[in-house]
Every structure is written in C-alpha cells, then in structure tokens.
Write a protein of this length. Structure first.
Length: 368
C-alpha cells in the first residue's frame, strides 16, 4: 500500500471518523434568540458556584490540584461514595475517551445503541476498535439486542441512561440483567449525564451496581443541571482497578482550578439543584401536553429535553419546523445525525422560551 511521505499522515481510520457536530447556536437576522439545542439549564449555575469561581481568579498563577481533592470530596459527601473510586475529568467526554484508550485496541469491539450519544462511536473508532451498533426498541435501549451482539471481541458496552436524544430510560432491573449477561471482562459504561432529572422509582444511575462489581463504570456531568457546561467538568465512579488504569494515562492537570472550586460548591448546593429539578418537572409536563394537543408525537422523557416527532407531510416535516422556529429565534436540535430525521429535540428552557416555542408551533401547525 502506497503512502504519502510528503507530510505527517494520521494512522488508518482517523480521517474516516465523522467529527462531532454540536447543536447550532445562532439565528441569522433574528434579534432575540433562545438556544434550546444543547440541553443547557435555563437557571444557570448556583450562586455559590459562581462566587467560588470568582474567588479562584486570585490564584491563576498556580497549577490546579492534579487529584481534584476538593471536588472529589464534595461528590463523595453528597453521594456517600469512597473518594478513591471517583475520578474527575474535562467533561465526561474526556473520561469516556480515556476508557476507550485503556480498554480498546485494534480488533476489539465496542457496543453502542442505535440512537446513543455520538461521542461513543467517535471514541471507539479513535481507539482503533470497531463500533457495533445494535437496534433500540421504541427508542429505548434493548438489553436482549445488546446481549445478542456480544462476541469474543467485545470489550466495552456504552449505555446512555437516560438516553440522549431520546429521553427514555432503562429500569434498574434491566440494567442488572444486562450486567449479569455480560462476560466478566467486558466493561459496562453507564453514562448518567441526566440522572439528576429522573424521578422514576425504578431508575438507578449506577452507583449500586458499580459498588458491587469489578466491570461497571458510571459517568456523570456538571454540564446539565449544575449549569457549569462552560467549565467542562465530568466525573466517574469506578472500581479501583479501573481508576488505577485510567490514572496512568490521564493528563496530570486535566481539570482547571476554577472548575474544581466551582464544581465543589455547586455539588454541595443541593437546594439549588432541587429548584432546577422542580422547574424541569413542571415544564416537561406542560410542553408534552401542549405539543400533543397540536397533533405532534412526543417520546416520553425523564430528562431536561423532549423529542418532538413531526408528520411526514410536505411543509410540516421536522426540517420545515426547524427553519420556521429558527426564523423566530427558537433554536432546537436537529437529530438527523442520530438517525431521527423526522424529529427535533427541544431543551426545556425558561418560561418565556417554552411559551414562545408553544406559540410558534401552534402557528406552524396551523392551529394558532
């Protein structure tokens, strides 16, 4: 096989990876824009987290604590965990990538689901392994389909629970059945980015399963309900062997000092988190009811977003709705890249934003 020796060349497969494309942020020509495409909280960050961030500005000349002790201690205190089993990262995206680097290589397979978070596939490919995509059932992770896809090459299984962009979840009994059916050497990664929003009695983020297993990892984020997306803070709870292995390749200062300080303060301010969760609970129900009244189908969600399905009719398709809403300053997320060309994902926003989208869709659907 010939190669281009006139410049550095990425290893085979890298340039075949489709880069992650985030939700759009602007609506050209529109004076007032409501960005509802990235699942950011409309309440912002805890005032205590903001104050902590500001105070950290007086020591920017110092390296951060490479072990993020203050943040890990806060997480440990709130969740009742051993801080030695917690690792923090530059967003949970970094931690997902590190897990792939540690546990995947050429010839290995990583299982992802049909509408799973796009970053899983990117990281699996980046590690030189093969992503194996399994079908979902009713836009929900199908445990039987995953187990049927396991081969001797399978090394890791990624589950977003709740799912993004679907908003659905897998009950704890099904997660435990999945774990029981996996070979002991296969790592089960439970991405619980939206766990703080879930109030279903049969849901668990994964803490209990990690505590009793050697091959389960749970990842979490500060980018959603905590309102700290700009600081890029993620964490994982994992067995000691996993923590030890990932620590060997983790950057020595992968989390900056303001992020550590603000994250710790935000984690401890659980009263603020309760307010954000309550706001979300009220508006998710109101939006679901309003959109259903317009004849739109809404996938039942337990998160801070709803998946809206549009009819396959000229002028009323998802792309038409996206253009119409954007022209009025409401930016939703196209999920065509997730295999859902007939739907848009809407972050639950402020009262003003939510009412605005309801009004705009009433007009779009001809029911204003």
């Amino acid at each position: 096989m010939s190669s281009d020796m006139s410049k550095p060349v990425p290893r085979p497969g890298i340039l075949d990876i489709a880069a992650y494309v985030p939700g759009k942020e602007t609506a050209p020509g529109v004076a007032r824009v409501f960005k509802l495409s990235s699942n950011e909280t409309p309440l912002g960050a805890s005032p205590k987290a903001i104050d902590a961030f500001r105070q950290s500005a007086g020591h920017l000349e110092l390296y951060p604590d490479g072990q993020a002790h203050a943040l890990r201690d806060a997480i440990s205190a709130v969740h009742g965990l051993n801080s030695a089993n917690i690792m923090c990262g530059n967003g949970s995206d970094e931690l997902l990538g590190l897990l792939c680097q540690v546990y995947l290589g050429d010839g290995d397979e990583g299982i992802i689901t049909e509408h799973g978070f796009l970053v899983y596939k990117i990281q699996i490919l980046g590690a030189g392994a093969k992503p194996v995509v399994v079908k979902e059932k009713n836009l929900t992770v199908d445990v039987d389909a995953i187990l049927a896809a396991v081969t001797e090459k399978t090394k890791i299984v990624f589950i977003a629970n709740p799912g993004n962009p679907t908003g659905t979840y897998v009950p704890v009994g099904e997660i435990r059945r999945l774990h029981a059916g996996l070979p002991k050497h296969v790592l089960l990664v439970l991405d619980a980015a939206y766990a703080e929003y879930v109030r279903a009695s049969d849901y668990e983020a994964g803490i209990e399963l990690v505590s009793g297993s050697r091959n389960v990892v749970m990842t979490r984020t500060f980018s959603k309900i905590f309102g700290l997306a700009a600081l890029r803070i993620g964490w994982m709870y994992a067995p000691a062997d996993v923590i030890d292995a990932v620590n060997r390749i983790r950057g020595p200062f992968n989390l900056n000092a303001p992020a550590i300080t603000a994250g710790a303060a935000g984690m401890r301010d659980q009263d603020f988190i309760k307010v954000a969760s309550d706001h979300n609970e009220v508006w998710r129900a109101r939006l679901t009811e309003a959109f259903a009244a317009l004849g739109l189908t809404i996938t039942p969600s337990v998160t801070n977003f709803v998946l809206i399905h549009f009819p396959d009719i000229d002028g009323k398709r998802a792309d038409d709705a996206d253009a119409f809403l954007t022209s009025r300053g409401f930016i939703l997320r196209s999920v065509r890249g997730y295999g859902l060309p007939g739907a848009l994902r809407m972050t639950i926003g402020s009262e003003e934003a939510n009412l605005g989208v309801i009004g705009a869709l009433e007009e779009f659907m001809g029911k204003a």
